[in-house]
Design a protein around this ligand. Sequence first.
Ligand code: MIG
Length: 679
Amino acid sequence: MIKKYVFGQPLETGAAVLEIPASTDTCSLMRLTQSEEGVSLFYRMEKEDVLYGLGEQVRGINKRGFSYISDATDDPIHTEGKHSLYGGHNFLIISRRHKPSFGIFIDNPGKTVFDAGESKLDELRIQTGCDCVIYTVEGESLKEIAKQFRELIGQSYIAPKWAFGYQQSRWGYESADDVREAVSGHHGHGIPLDAVYLDIDYMERYKDFTVDKEKFPDFPEFVSEMKERGVHLVPIIDAGVKIEEGYPVYEEGVRENYFCKDENGNDFVAAVWPGKSLLPDMLNSKAREWFGSKYKWLMDQGIDGFWNDMNEPAIFYSEVHLKKVMDEVISMKDENMGLHEFFHLKGLVEGLSNNPEDYRRFYHNMDGVKIRHDKVHNLYGCYMTKAAGEAFDKIAPDKRTLLFSRSSYIGMHRYGGIWTGDNASWWNHLLLSIQQMPSLNLCGILYAGSDIGGFGCDATQDLLMRWLEFGIFTPLMRNHAAAGTRPQEVYQFENIPDFRNIIRIRYGLLPYIYSEYMKAVFDHEMYFRPLAFDYPFDAHAPYVEDQLLAGESIMIAPVYRQNASGRYVYLPEEMMMVRMKSLEEKHCEVLKAGHHYVDIALNETVFFVKKNHMLPLAVLDDDIRNISGIDKNRYEWVGFAEDKAEYVLYDDDGMSKNYTPKEQWTKVTRSVNELDVTV
Ligand code: MIG
């Protein structure tokens, strides 16, 4: 049951798709109070209550014990003291042991603070703006609450099937030859690859919808050369548009008033990668339509996937703010500067980027209504992605286009996925990425993944290998690294055959991963789930922070610690452990319910099959290059059955929007002795 409470005059964000009449009764689940500062919600937590949700955030699966602020921020240091990352995902489930659990969604694109027991261990306090819609979701179980919420916000985005293959990226592929080298590097070692990303380096002076002709001569030709080698190219699109006379995107946007304005109605100037730039008014439907239509230029050259970046929006500095700071710095010029002044100076300079004041300095024209940016801040990246998604429906209506974004808000999951931004090559970021996945799925974002190996800092071979052993289960499986870091393509390390084996296991698992992803889309379910969602009566499950259910048949327990030879795994029920050195070398063993220490060598992948469940594993040719090499008629069935197991396999052409109707999903049944891989 969903209830809706309306406060003030909320803006239509588009997060919810179901029409629900506003409730007039008082909310009995949380104490809701209204004041001049906004709406606050209070709930006293019982000792056993667990909080799930909030999408892309720091810390654990259970959000209890810290505060989180929905305030999209381009902050590349995701340490556990940070309160905001790139998204605004205001959905939380309060899981209660002795009373029915419930969910709460705050639909307000301005700042919202969730003090989830940081100030006081047993108090949950949520503070949001005056104008908002609050939904409460009650249901029989965690799964049921999650599903109702997902119905409220609408069906998740469907990526093309090739986007489930292995993908390679790097900020610093400077030319077509760099990209060719990355492709050959993989193929030369027999490693399949479905896509290579083009970071800002491909553009002409970082101008959106341009390609540098010197570094990438004859771009359409290059795109098709890559397609022939089985590789899709995925260019980045940044939010800011360069100010440059003669650059059509800039000139058209200025002429049509498609950019965000300052208080006086002049274009608001902010510096990002292209230098001084203007921000397209993504909240204006005409500007959105216009910006979206620009993607066509690249699509006409054969591009069928994009990633949207810098759309919090990130601001290195604004023209006005820089001037203010410079004036102050100059006025401080003093040989005998005291320490106090010195730190003030330092703060001034450091505060130039992504400054909260700047977000109050520009305005949107929300189809006739002037609205200050900070009130809708968390919607910017979401609406940039909506702009692209809606444009794709017109430009290539029958085809799926890959799309994901850095910044997001609930509702964006209908247009694209996300990647979790600038993590680092740190072991604890591998754990963080494991913990973020179910929270994102809860908010509808199914197509998601982290930069495998870590974006910032130098990856080591063991970290990359362990990260891949988790990454083979994430729908978006992309290795990406920052400019200036150690080369991170798997073939840059030792033991390349081990890397090859892991990536081939992904391709073996692909029919299952794709099937589970699509079923999660159609049934409004989560692909990644915390253990308590499947084992609601298990007393220990709510406290397991480093294991996930991935699809309906398996549980994963990745190794995420440096030098670990294995790890403790908790089994809520008896399961079959599958241990793989390669797709061809599998070993199965039944483990009883309870705690186990499992040895997992660096080059081994392990997962656990639930009882009376099974999954398909594609048998691959030795020279498979990308997903097109997966043969639908050569699946092995891996299962753990008392007498028989059943699996509903979803498949389609992976490219068109002719999804297989539910009545035609293939139900596969195998009795114990018909399983190919079992104990
Ligand atoms: O300020 O385009 O998160 O993936 O490689 C950095 C360069 C801008 C941030 C993205 C990252 C990308 C990088 N971008």
